[in-house]
Design a protein around this ligand. Structure first.
Ligand code: ADP
Length: 416
């Protein structure tokens, strides 16, 4: 901004920002727009808090082809089918409306913002139960934790980054670690996998001090997907990158070839098999880094911002895949800024602020705790905000945070 250009192009400017940072950035864009002196072009996946500022949308399809162009309403309101089919993000309220229409619930228009959705939905009284978070019982664990962090403090030189942090994670948990930029989330993950060394007697994996577990053994117990996928690339081609883990475990070559084929297919990177991992787009690099990590079959997976830069389809596929692994008993820990993912997938959350664990508990309790949310620069997901607004009108709306919960609550309407 210091150069005062007449045209700004922002390429996924909020990708690594915490939720409040994202809102602050969009406010800056709003004030730029108000001056009427700039042309602003934003390449963005997160549309919910941005769409009200946008005059015109261009949707890029595969291989550089323009799929759609028009006003936000023409694109997201009239073409939600096409966009969803092509795996492209649309505002959460439009996604919800799309699903309701599929369930024969009539709406006058496709809302693109929480305010518009509020106006369309307030005529309804939800009859179903949704999936009321309050009804979810918290799990009590009797087994010993697979990951036990006891009063961990850590400093880079003299800068203290983790402060007396304790955490227990049990087999089969799906935990989200969230908090402001710089809160210490990545540093915590790196301590767990011993990339940076914790003090002794502080981090235990399956009951053993992580410092005493040989590196190779630890790599087979805990998988870590780095925040920056490039940090994981150690081979010259995508194919080599994907197979070295299986080769090092002595898998027969026939099995490796089959696995490679299905993985290249599944992650849609087949045509890049012989290319350098660095030639992939950011989203594809992310998928490759996840796929590479999965080859070792670890029981605990830690993923630092796994869906950052992904389109809707890849993000959904990745999360469905993680959920399947979780149902098979794998322990999943994700670091994320995406509150929709937290609402939909995480049973528990660890909230960090300035190196401390300021909340550790169920997701639905967190979303009711405004002081923790504020302290950690978090927001509640857009659909939960909609349900809070609607509940002032009719109490039965309270507590819904995902499309599925709304659909379940509203489905019985069509019988009435
Ligand atoms: P988060 O993942 O929550 O954004 P990080 O763990 O990356 O936070 O960083 C926590 C703090 O530690 C930040 O203030 C960051 O600047 C600092 N930090 C991270 N890595 C290093 C490093 N290698 N050397 C010195 N300081 C670091």
């Amino acid at each position: 901004m210091a150069f005062r250009p007449s045209v700004f192009i922002f390429d996924e400017p909020t990708a690594n920002l915490d939720p409040v940072g994202t809102l602050e950035f969009f406010k800056t864009v709003e004030s730029l727009k108000k001056t009427d002196e700039h042309t602003i072009i934003i390449i963005e996946h997160k549309l919910d808090e941005l769409i009200h500022l946008v005059d015109r949308v261009i949707v890029m399809g595969k291989e550089g082809v323009k799929l759609l162009e028009g006003t936000p309403y023409e694109v997201f309101g009239e073409n939600s089918d096409l966009l969803i089919k092509n795996g492209i993000w649309i505002p959460q309220t439009a996604l919800l409306a799309h699903k309701l229409v599929q369930n024969n619930i009539k709406l006058n228009n496709i809302p693109l913002s929480i305010d518009e959705a509020y106006n369309s939905f307030k005529k309804f009284k939800p009859l179903g139960n949704g999936l009321k978070r309050e009804n979810c019982t918290e799990l009590t664990h009797h087994s010993s934790p697979v990951l036990d962090i006891r009063d961990l403090s850590f400093a880079y030189d003299d800068k203290e980054v983790l402060k007396n942090l304790s955490l227990k994670v049990h087999k089969g948990d799906f935990l989200a670690i969230i908090g402001a930029n710089g809160a210490g989330k990545t540093t915590l993950a790196k301590n767990i996998v011993n990339i940076i060394h914790p003090p002794s007697g502080k981090v235990f994996v399956e009951g053993k001090d992580v410092l005493k577990i040989p590196t190779e053994e630890l790599c087979h117990k805990v998988g870590y997907v780095f925040q920056n996928p490039e940090h994981q690339f150690i081979k010259n081609t995508v194919e080599e990158q994907l197979t070295f883990g299986l080769q090092s475990r002595g898998f027969p070559s026939e099995k490796i070839v089959n696995w490679l084929d299905s993985t290249l297919e599944k992650f849609k990177i087949k045509q890049y098999a012989k290319s350098s991992p660095y030639m992939l787009s950011h989203g594809q690099k992310r998928l490759l880094s996840v796929a590479t990590m999965l080859t070792l079959g670890q029981d605990i997976l830690i993923l630092d911002e796994p869906t950052f830069g992904q389109d809707l389809k890849s993000s959904n596929e990745l999360l469905t895949f993680l959920k399947t692994l979780n149902e098979l008993g794998k322990t999943i820990i994700i670091i994320t800024h995406d509150m929709n993912i937290v609402a939909k997938h995480a049973q528990n959350v660890l909230v960090m602020a300035e190196g401390e664990a300021i909340f550790n508990g169920s997701t639905h309790k967190l979303f009711k705790n405004n002081s923790i949310l504020k302290k950690a620069r978090l927001t509640i997901p857009p659909l939960l905000q909609l349900s809070v607004n609607l509940s002032q009108y009719y109490e039965g709306w309270n507590g819904m945070a995902t499309v599925e919960e709304y659909v379940n609550a509203l489905k019985p309407l069509k019988q009435n």
